[in-house]
Design a binder for this molecule. Structure first.
Ligand SMILES: NC(=O)c1ccc[n+]([C@@H]2O[C@H](COP(=O)([O-])OP(=O)(O)OC[C@H]3O[C@@H](n4cnc5c(N)ncnc54)[C@H](O)[C@@H]3O)[C@@H](O)[C@H]2O)c1
Ligand SMILES: [Zn+2]
Length: 350
């Protein structure tokens, strides 16, 4: 099995599959002065003994992506004499890699960073592609920068301590990759179960799914790093998904909201773009196989529509959806009127 996947951005880098993330970390630290950024919850979960490191701890989860924490990180980098040739290593889920990548982007006009993702969503999505950032007062990811890591190190053993809920949420992004670009992912998931993927004996299947999903993302971001075209396909399921995530007050995991959004987008593809009914239903069956939600409050359309209209990805106030003509063939579709969306929403959610 290939040990690396190449990604292009403002520079080329590799996603490396490692047998031991700790060995890799020690190799890196032996070569360059490095600051580690993680949270105490992640450090505990993965058994990282924090002695002997220049370590900056952030609050757990989304709370890390805050300007007050960033200010503290800059002060830490300054007091530890971090210079242009030095390195930041991010160990954690997407909230930590987003934060640490942005700290690296802004320190001394940009220093190198390496990502060691510890969640499934982090491995297949957040750590690859160079988007880094923190949240603004009025919305997620408002403050950020494109700043690709120098390397992404994947060790699947890190996933063993993840909750089933977070694991499933990551699978929603894997399923998304399957529908937009790699039907083999769908077949493999249809032949498997959550228990099997989480069992050490299922490691080959999980490894294949993670590699395929990273390959999908790597190909798309390498072709369209700054999102002027096809990178938007990675937002399949995200137009409604983001609005649901927001409206739930972030009580739903990103992947759970995306799962509902995928089922909705599949229905729109079926109604408006000729996606076969069987392919539409395949979305729901697969998401439900992994206990991911496919429905949201049927009375929430008006609130969701207001949030979708404000999405920063819209142009001229028109809501754009990524839809499928067929599996593996996504298009950006901007012709849906409020009435079309309302009818589809009622059909899917009731
Ligand atoms: N930059 C991008 O392209 C991109 C893409 C997708 C998502 N994101 C961002 O990623 C973030 C979500 O990332 P996430 O889903 O990884 O969530 P997360 O980073 O918030 O982590 C979720 C929870 O898992 C815990 N955790 C992490 N690793 C663990 C482990 N190995 N064992 C046990 N517990 C562990 C964390 O402590 C946390 O409580 C969001 O902020 C989102 O905006 C960024
Ligand atoms: Zn996502």
């Amino acid at each position: 099995m290939k040990k690396t996947i190449a990604v292009d951005g403002e520079h080329a880098y590799q996603v490396t599959f490692a047998d031991s993330w700790l060995e890799k970390l020690n190799e890196i630290r032996a070569k360059r002065k490095s600051v580690l950024i993680t949270s105490s919850k992640v450090a505990d979960a993965i058994g990282l003994s924090i002695e002997g490191f220049d370590l900056f701890l952030v609050p757990d989860g989304e709370a890390a992506k805050d300007v007050v924490t960033l200010q503290a990180a800059w002060e830490f980098l300054e007091s530890h004499g971090i210079e242009r040739q030095d390195l930041i290593v991010a160990i954690g889920g997407g909230s930590i890699t987003d934060f640490a990548g942005f700290a690296a982007a802004t320190w001394l006009r940009g220093i190198d960073w390496i990502a060691i993702p510890t969640t499934l969503a982090g491995m297949v999505d957040a750590s690859v592609g160079g988007k880094t950032g923190i949240n603004g007062r009025s919305g997620k990811n408002l403050i950020g920068s494109f700043h690709s890591p120098k390397e992404v190190i994947i060790d699947l053993a890190l996933l063993s301590t993840l909750t089933d809920r977070d694991f499933r949420a990551g699978l929603a992004e894997v399923i998304k990759c399957g529908f937009i670009a790699d039907p083999e992912i769908l077949k493999n998931l249809e032949d498997s179960t959550l228990e099997e993927l989480r069992n050490p004996q299922g490691i080959a299947k999980l490894s294949d799914l993670v590699r395929r999903s990273i390959a999908v993302k790597a190909k798309i971001v390498s072709e369209d790093f700054r999102e002027s075209g096809s990178r938007a396909f990675l937002n399949y399921g995200h137009t409604l998904g983001h609005a649901i995530e927001h409206l739930s007050g972030y009580q739903l995991r990103h992947g759970e909201a995306v799962s509902i959004g995928l089922n909705f987008a599949a229905h729109l593809g079926f109604k408006h773009l000729g996606l076969e009914r069987e392919s539409y239903l395949r979305h729901r069956e697969l998401l439900e196989r992994y206990d991911l939600p496919v429905r949201f409050d049927s009375g929430a359309f008006d609130s969701l529509f207001s949030v979708m209209r404000l999405d920063k990805k819209n142009k001229d106030g028109i809501i754009r959806f990524v839809l499928l003509r067929e599996i593996g063939n996504p298009v950006l579709f901007a012709e849906l009127k409020e009435g079309n969306l309302r009818v589809a929403y009622q059909e899917v959610m009731s």
